[in-house]
Design a protein around this ligand. Sequence first.
Ligand SMILES: [Zn+2]
Ligand SMILES: [Zn+2]
Length: 62
Amino acid sequence: MTCADCADDLSHCHGTLLLPDGLLGTAECTDPSCVDLAAARHPLVLAEHDPLPQATEDFLAA
Ligand SMILES: [Zn+2]
Ligand SMILES: [Zn+2]
């Protein structure tokens, strides 16, 4: 996979960083080979307390 950060040869990860809700949880990455869970290395960061997209409502309305 190639992206802008790859082209710039920056240390980064193509997985999605999952941030815990609050300070007690542990961050996880969807990439099993991820070596560093620093948010700065992850263009894709998902906070677990973020509201889900509207997909559920759309499904129920269909
Ligand atoms: Zn990349
Ligand atoms: Zn990662």
